[in-house]
Design a protein around this ligand. Structure first.
Ligand code: PMV
Length: 325
């Protein structure tokens, strides 16, 4: 990194997430159920001198570096620069120059909340380097400001989960007064297989697609969003009673609604079918869609491994996460 490191180093962490039920509908006020992953992003920050007037952010393994004040020609990098500049402005009230390094542990554009995980890690690392404390509400507000640069109209579920305890299940609802995050209780561990289609999905483009459906055909689109909301409520009951067969059927139902909104892809459909053929109780895309990851529900740990193997034999990176309430 450029510049001379001046202050003591600070570090921060943000979790990735997996949405089990309710993505997209959550943008429009319906509930969602999500779990924080045990991986996400780690960031280190240090105040610097001699690097010019701008703060720097380097993200690995992307090999990307942006300066807060220097516009980037590449549109994706420019979004990252603008998001970073917004966070620097919010976090560094005295305009201290910071040099931040983020290490991503999850893929980007995959529906696992990489952008929110990076934002929370960066915010926490800057606060640690500047030896200042920030309330959770303020971390969330800064992360949402970052997310608005990338996604325009984020529900806040990614930011809330990036701050949540890893592995815990949460019900999330966006509301005018702020997000409402409720821990969910289940009597058993839930085994979820995550498979990556390796197709890059743009959350912004997919959120825009749903907004366009709402404009063109409000009655049909609202009905689908309501149906997803009902799936989420039923899934909460199935989780609380550890009724995994029902939970699996609800995943398939949720996927049908997402497909009707034009958010799935032929590859994601094939992956869901491969997982079901390998014994999954249900499967669906997760996150923004249009590519990215899918998830499958396994009855137990060994079935989870079999489903993950079936997906990796078909050429997709896959891993199993265990979540509990
Ligand atoms: O693709 P991701 O990981 O950013 O997840 C997006 C989730 C959406 O519900 C589609 C958008 C949102 O802001 O909640």
């Amino acid at each position: 990194m450029n510049g001379v490191q001046a202050g003591p180093p600070g570090s921060g962490q943000g979790s990735g997430k997996v949405i089990l039920f309710g993505e997209h509908a959550v943008v429009h006020g319906r509930p969602a159920i999500a779990a924080a992953l045990s991986r996400g992003c780690l960031a280190r920050a240090q105040t610097t001198t001699g690097a010019g007037a701008q703060s720097l952010l380097r993200v690995e393994p992307w090999g990307v570096q942006v300066g807060s004040a220097e516009p980037e020609a590449d549109p994706e990098r420019e979004l990252l620069r603008r998001a970073f500049a917004v966070v620097c402005e919010l976090c560094s009230s005295e305009r201290q120059v910071v040099s931040v390094q983020g290490e991503m542990e999850i893929p980007s554009g995959a529906g696992l909340g990489s952008s929110a995980a990076l934002s929370v890690a960066v915010i926490r690392a800057i606060d640690a380097a500047l030896q200042q404390s920030r309330s959770d509400a303020d971390v969330l507000a800064a992360s949402l400001a970052w997310e608005r640069v990338f996604h325009g109209n984020p529900s806040g579920v990614d930011s809330a989960m990036a701050m949540a305890t890893r592995g815990g299940l949460r019900r999330f609802v966006r509301s005018a007064a702020g997000p409402v995050l409720t821990p969910l209780h289940t009597n058993d561990v839930v085994h979820v297989v995550v498979g990556n289609s390796a197709e890059h999905g743009s959350t912004m483009a997919m959120v825009t697609r749903v907004a366009e459906h709402l404009q063109r055909d409000p009655a049909r689109t609202e009905a689908i969003l309501d149906a997803i909301g009902d799936v989420v409520d039923n899934a909460q009951r199935a989780l609380e009673t550890a009724d995994f067969a029902r939970l699996g059927r609800l995943m398939d139902e949720n996927q049908g609604h997402l497909e009707r909104l034009g958010l799935s892809t032929p590859k994601l459909e094939r992956m869901c079918q491969s997982a079901r053929d390998a014994g999954a109780l249900g499967a669906k895309l997760t996150g923004g869609g249009g590519g990215g990851c899918m998830i499958a529900l396994a009855a137990d740990a060994s079935r989870g491994q079999l489903i993950a193997r079936a997906l990796s034999d078909a050429g997709y990176a896959a891993f199993v996460v265990e979540v509990s309430g």
